[in-house]
Design a protein around this ligand. Structure first.
Ligand code: AMP
Length: 392
């Protein structure tokens, strides 16, 4: 069965097509700058990467070119061969704990969550609607970033605010990157080969989150009501004292929107080091003894260590810790410094084993009390699996 996995952003659309259940990737690509000038797309097919500059006025244009590429590259000979399409949907509120087939009612629900994810859900819906028009016969499913975290208990997902904020306005912790944390959990379960297990999964990318997992279920996670909470990120602050916001408004004369924008887009690595949101640039700066880059690295490591230590205690010891996403899979120095800071838990990083990038590996010594791993995440294959299972 040919299955498409789609991740639509406000000006981008990422896709992968798989032959399922073999999980063989047939073609993948990215449409960029949709609705703005200099739009283009790149595709990877038959071991080749091709980039084309085209006018993409909206998501429907992107879908039109995507379909042309599928036909021209003989990936499908008719659109009916695309039997299932899985869409990443960022926010499923507290209603969706599983992937579902997208009906009119589900679509309305996703739209009703716009206030909870104003940047993401509208873009996801644009993607869903564009495909509904062009490929009307495929089974369409929504894979929610929040779904995996719906197993958290009330004591773990509630904030200490008036209870009515939760009952009336849905103010609570939702958690994000759920598809990645679920992928990591499934893979760790296979590696540990046991039913009864406790792990900590660290998705450390441009956005980052850490989850505590007991027997396949999320117990707690570092992101919150929005993806701004938790650890220090590329451009997001992570956890802060909320009273900073009115104070900075008063001091700078900035509006609420401007301060929120600063916290979202000008904070994190970028805000602290002042150079870049990219961890590679922070590492380069560290190697040149740039004090602000060294500080950024230390603050990032501390924020991750705090969550891991917290979850270790909450779970009562763990069977494994794993690192994933751009930084978690690739940054040797970040993993080393995180694990060395956790030596009180009996964790011993092995510098040779830890010298690994982008592939699965154990990175701690045999005597380490907790084995730690690098596990490359694959959110797209998770979307394709769910789409395949529901279409089947
Ligand atoms: P993601 O959001 O998962 O794509 O991750 C993006 C982050 O991963 C950026 O901060 C990158 O700097 C970081 N990253 C990607 N490759 C490397 C690498 N080889 N070494 C260090 N960091 C990397």
């Amino acid at each position: 069965m040919k299955v498409l996995a789609i991740n639509a952003g406000s000006s981008s659309l990422k896709f992968q097509m798989y032959e399922m259940p073999e999980e063989k990737e047939l073609i993948s690509g990215l449409f960029e700058r949709i609705g703005i000038k200099d739009s283009c797309y790149s595709i990877k097919v038959n071991g080749q990467k091709i980039k084309k500059e085209v006018v993409l006025s909206n998501h429907e244009d992107a879908v039109k070119y995507l379909i042309e590429e599928l036909l021209n590259n003989n990936i499908v000979s008719s659109l009916d061969e695309i039997e299932a399409i899985g869409h990443r949907v960022v926010h499923g509120g507290d209603k969706y704990a599983e992937t579902v087939v997208i009906t009119d009612e589900v679509l309305k629900d996703i739209e009703s969550f716009y206030p909870l994810a104003p940047l993401h859900n509208p873009a996801n819906v644009l993607g869903i609607k564009a495909f509904q028009k062009s490929v009307p016969n495929a089974v369409v499913v929504g894979v929610f970033d929040t779904a995996f975290h719906q197993t958290m208990e009330e004591k773990d997902f509630l904030y200490g605010v008036p209870y009515e904020w939760y009952t009336d306005y849905k103010v609570r912790k939702y958690g994000f990157h759920g598809t990645s944390h679920k992928f990591l959990t499934n893979r760790m379960k296979e590696i540990l080969n046991k039913e009864d297990y406790k792990i900590i999964t660290c998705h450390l990318g441009n956005g980052g989150s850490i989850s505590a997992i007991r027997n396949g279920k999320c117990v707690d996670t570092s992101m919150g009501f929005t993806p701004n909470a938790g650890i220090l990120m590329g451009t997001r602050s992570g956890d802060i004292d909320f009273t900073i916001i009115p104070y900075v408004m008063e001091q700078t004369g900035k509006s609420l929107d401007e301060v929120i924008n600063d916290l979202n887009k000008k904070s994190g690595f970028l805000g602290v080091c002042g150079i870049s949101s990219d961890s590679r640039d922070v590492e380069d700066g560290m190697n040149q003894n740039d004090p602000r880059c060294i500080l950024t690295h230390k603050m990032f490591v501390k924020s991750v260590v705090n969550y891991i230590a917290n979850y270790y205690v909450a779970l009562g010891e763990v069977d494994a810790i794993c690192f994933s996403a751009g930084i978690g899979e690739n940054s040797v120095v970040v993993r080393k410094d995180i694990l060395e800071s956790l030596s009180a838990l009996g964790i011993e990083v092995d510098e040779d084993l830890n010298n690994v990038r982008g592939k699965e590996a154990v990175i701690t010594s045999a005597s380490s009390k907790v084995p730690c791993y690098v596990i490359p995440t694959d959110e797209e294959v998770m979307i394709a699996r769910d789409a395949y299972n529901l279409a089947k």
